[in-house]
Design a protein around this ligand. Structure first.
Ligand SMILES: *Cc1c(COP(=O)(O)O)cnc(C)c1O
Length: 410
């Protein structure tokens, strides 16, 4: 099958420009009007010059825009820009991060296939692999994120896909992407990595051998908590042959408006990630020294179990998400203390989203992981005293004061 409009011209840029330049420049050439800011094409369909041309275009014999469920110029600008940042040949945009993972499953898996997945991935991802894909005869084995041997042993002759996320939410567990890529490739399977927490500004899984990179554009790619978006990045042939036909039928397409918002978000991605990560690191070090805090989870700290791996894989950055456990004699007191610290904040937003320039604070045990049983939470390390902070762009002194108010009054 012919690819999706890849002959539509690219922006004229020198071949060796670097990611920060691509982040603001990659896309489509301006229209005849010469707009400097990328146009928002809010149109569901595209007019064809005559019936014969329309027939050729719908048969994929000639590449052009036909209908926005297939693709759209603004959506394509986002896809090209994200692929350039991830260092992959192509990307396909989806309505949300979860629809990117749904598309991945629909495109790559069939009844009788087997998947190996980290047990610490995003909650809805666990449900998608563990329950929804299982309905269609795809079996998934969940393994410890950090135990490379467990991944190796879980592989079977019918394993088609390994799926990981690094670092994970909320305990910031880091997996060795290169080691997982080797295991996948030895088995003739593909490795997909959810790169939501680091974004390509800090971590490019392709460089470590990942075949496909999945994104929730809702988080750092947008960066201001405005829209839902998602994407799968990977080799052009694989995207065109396996993903594009599914997208055309399944219709989990990204809205042009949302694509336009996230496209503009990408322009500031690297400076936001650097500034937010730097604040997170400072806050993590400060939290580690607080008497009311029992433990801090942040890949940038020397105390993090995969600190060295994280630093190598994430360009020397710990990312912008951290979590910590408040001190308490028992689980009931821990929950009370965690609620107290959260309720004393006046700057942080109490919300489960992340990736926003506004710092968010959340109690995972009663929100994102609230549907698990207490035993499941215990084995996942989601204790009642745990608080997650996704650090934004506020002055870090104000964030420390915000948390100190609660920690000092426990
Ligand atoms: C939020 C998130 C998703 C899901 O993305 P949506 O855009 O909300 O559908 C998937 N993976 C990770 C790691 C996330 O944080």
């Amino acid at each position: 099958m012919a690819g999706p409009v890849k002959r539509i011209p690219r922006v004229a840029l020198p071949p060796d420009v670097r990611p920060d330049t691509l982040a603001v420049r990659e896309g489509l050439p301006a229209t005849a009007w010469g707009e400097n800011s990328e146009a928002l094409f809010l149109t569901s369909s595209f007019v064809q010059p005559d019936a014969a041309t329309a027939a050729a275009r719908f048969a994929n014999e000639e590449e052009a825009f036909t209908y926005s469920r297939f693709t759209n110029p603004t959506v394509m600008m986002f896809e090209r820009r994200l692929a350039a940042l991830e260092g992959t040949e192509a990307a396909i945009a989806t309505a949300s991060g979860m629809s990117a993972i749904l598309l991945l499953g629909l495109a790559l898996l069939k009844a009788g296939d087997h998947v190996v997945c980290s047990q610490s991935v995003f909650g809805s991802t666990l449900v998608l692999f563990g329950r929804e894909f299982a309905k269609f005869g795809v079996e998934t084995t969940f393994v410890s994120q950090t135990d490379v041997e467990a991944w190796r042993q879980a592989v079977r002759p019918n394993t088609r896909l390994l799926f990981a996320e690094s670092p994970t939410n909320p305990l910031t567990e880091v997996c060795d992407i290169g080691a997982l890529a080797d295991i996948a490739h030895q088995a003739g399977a593909l490795l997909a990595v959810d790169n939501c927490f680091c974004s390509p500004a800090l971590q490019r899984p392709r460089e470590y051998g990942a075949d496909l990179i999945v994104h929730s554009g809702t988080k750092y790619l947008d960066g201001q908590g405005r829209v839902l978006a998602g994407a799968v990045c990977g080799p052009e042939a694989l995207i065109n042959e396996r993903f594009v036909p599914v997208m055309r039928s399944a219709g989990i397409s990204l809205s042009p408006f949302n694509a336009w918002v996230v496209l503009k978000g990408l322009e500031t991605l690297s400076i936001r990630m650097a500034a937010q990560s730097q604040r997170a690191h400072e806050l993590a070090m400060w939290l580690e020294a607080q008497p009311g805090v029992e433990r801090v989870f942040y890949p940038g700290l020397a105390s993090h179990p995969q600190h060295a791996l994280a630093m190598a894989q994430q360009g020397g950055s710990g990312g912008a998400v951290l979590s910590f456990v408040v001190r308490a004699p028992d689980a009931e007191a821990a929950r009370r203390n965690a609620f107290h610290v959260i309720d004393q904040t006046q700057v942080c937003s109490i919300t489960a989203n992340l990736g926003d320039t506004k710092t968010t604070i959340t109690h995972p045990a009663s929100t994102s992981h609230g549907r698990l049983t207490e035993a499941q939470r215990q084995s996942a390390g989601i204790v009642q005293g745990l608080i997650r902070v996704a650090v934004g762009l506020e002055d870090v002194r104000d964030l420390k004061a915000d948390l100190q108010r609660g920690l000092d009054t426990l």
